[in-house]
Ligand binder design. Structure first.
Ligand code: NAP
Length: 466
């Protein structure tokens, strides 16, 4: 009997998705490459290790794997993003037939997805670029799924995807056909950028409470827990509280973890894509750069000798810090929703931001009450985060942000995202900026022309004195 769905790549995510699909009643063929001496019988071993995979067929030969699938074939790739996807598609393509479907569920760059789609299209093979969020647990128990591709490709995949999607608090599936082409992978990329700044903002709140308010790990965990019981509820806050509480026979685990944060390509890719189109994604930049600098440990140790020691305890309340944290999160979401809205409009994707909030409100790493609150506000095609209520909220939070950021500056504690959020807010709400001088400088040295206030559409090349 032929199997309904094939999965390629039995790493952390592939095996978890396979278990989830098997539990939702789908018959599966599993494939993992064979690398003599290191990767042998990987898929086979999983069918023995997990009871739900007992009925799955395991392969190390792609041709046997493909032949085991019912037609049109549906094959999920869950492998390391990049050349591995191209290599696998090149191997699979001659084995496939018109109407078959490849679903790339890894974190591919959306432009790579579009390139692969158009290549496969010439062979009448369908492709879907699927953004999957939720990590190992989400893959296993219900993930947030963002699909990009043609409606017919999505229709082939939908019965399978709905089996592994998380349920939103409103009882919907955390699954959406985002739009055509690479739109699914694009929004997953931006999701990860939001995640970078969300994580960094929590780390800064932790650092502030620990270094400048003198709170111990247990107390900070309790503060995060209290915030998590409020409108600031989020999965990341919840796990941060749990992490800070975690103790073993050597004490608090967090104390023994090196202060160097790793990263993958998605945060940087969002920043680069945004920058090339004039999107001011300062939040992901600040979070990303904080990670980059964290990895310059030797340099930090050397230069720390010359730095002023941080001053003593500051008089900031936990509530003021919470306001700064809430403010930072709104700016973070705002910047990235703007980015999605602008790309969607330019590329004709018609991404519905409200649907996106729904897909992100369960299963994924950035799920939070804030996303549920934003859902009605971003209804339609354009970001409307600066609605009246949000404007008033930001305005009310601003004094606390200034207080927190000023105290941190005075005490040499860098608050990358909080300071950046304040800076962005100050810039985006400033009617008159300093850009006139920059315009004039460009015209002076490069004859780029300037726009005068009275004739905003006419480029004038001013005869500057040399
Ligand atoms: P992983 O545990 O490192 O597994 C990678 C898989 O890719 C392994 O099965 C590996 O096979 C296979 N592979 C690598 N190069 C290959 C090649 N040239 N040919 C054939 N197979 C190859 O990674 P993962 O965490 O499952 O992530 C898989 C994808 O999901 C990535 O794109 C990742 O960015 C994305 N993703 C991950 C998460 C997460 O939380 N981990 C969440 C969402 C999305 P071998 O075992 O033989 O090396």
């Amino acid at each position: 009997m032929k199997k309904q769905l094939g999965i390629v790549g039995m790493g952390v995510m592939g095996r978890s998705l396979a278990r989830n699909w098997a539990k939702s009643g789908h018959s599966l063929s599993l494939y993992n490459r064979r690398v003599s001496g290191s990767e042998e019988g990987v898929a086979q071993a999983l069918t023995q290790q997990f009871v739900e995979l007992r009925q799955a067929a395991a392969y190390e030969e792609l041709s046997d794997f493909v032949a085991s699938l019912e037609q049109p074939r549906k094959i999920v790739l869950m492998v390391t993003a990049g050349p591995a996807v191209d290599e696998l598609i090149a191997e699979l393509r001659p084995l496939l037939q018109s109407g078959d479907l490849i679903i790339d569920a890894g974190n591919a760059h959306y432009l790579d997805t579009e390139r692969r789609m158009s290549m496969l299209n010439t062979h009448e093979v369908n492709m879907l670029g699927l953004g999957v969020s939720g990590g190992e647990q989400g893959a296993l128990e219900g993930a947030s799924l963002m699909a990009g591709g043609t409606p017919s490709a999505y229709a082939l995949a939908e019965p399978f995807l709905s089996g592994i999607a998380a349920k939103t608090p409103a009882g919907r599936l955390a699954l959406k056909h985002i739009g055509p082409g690479g739109s699914g992978h694009f929004v997953k990329m931006v999701h990860n950028a939001i995640e970078y700044a969300e994580m960094q903002a929590i780390a800064e709140a932790f650092e502030f409470m620990h270094s400048l308010m003198g709170l111990d790990y247990q107390t900070i965990a309790e503060v995060f827990e209290a915030w998590n019981d409020s409108s600031q509820q989020s999965y990341l806050l919840e796990i941060s509280s749990r992490i800070l509480r975690t103790k073993d026979d050597q004490g608090y685990v967090i104390e023994r973890i090196a202060d160097r944060a790793a990263y993958n390509q998605t945060g940087a890719a969002t920043l680069v894509e945004g920058a090339l189109k004039g999107e001011p994604l300062s939040m992901v930049a600040s979070a990303l750069f904080a990670r980059f600098i964290s990895n310059k440990k030797a340099q930090r140790q050397e230069l720390a000798v010359y730095a002023e020691p941080t001053s003593a305890i500051v008089s900031i309340s936990v509530d003021e810090l919470k306001q700064a944290y809430a403010f930072t999160r709104i700016i973070n979401h705002y910047q990235h929703f703007e980015m999605i809205a602008s790309f969607s409009e330019r590329l004709g994707w018609k991404v519905n931001l409200s649907d996106l909030c729904s897909v992100w409100s369960s299963g994924c790493i950035i799920r939070s009450t804030l996303l549920q609150q934003l859902m009605p506000k971003v209804d339609g095609q354009l970001s409307a985060l600066f609605d009246k209520a949000t404007r008033e909220e930001l305005f009310a939070q601003k004094p606390s942000v200034k207080k927190v950021v000023s105290a941190a500056i005075q005490s040499d504690v860098p608050l990358s995202t909080m300071q950046t959020a304040l800076n962005y807010y100050q810039q985006i709400t400033q009617e008159q900026s300093s850009a006139a001088l920059v315009q004039a400088q460009r015209d002076y040295f490069g004859a780029h022309g300037v726009y005068f206030k009275q004739s905003a559409e006419t480029l004038t090349f001013y005869p500057w004195p040399k």
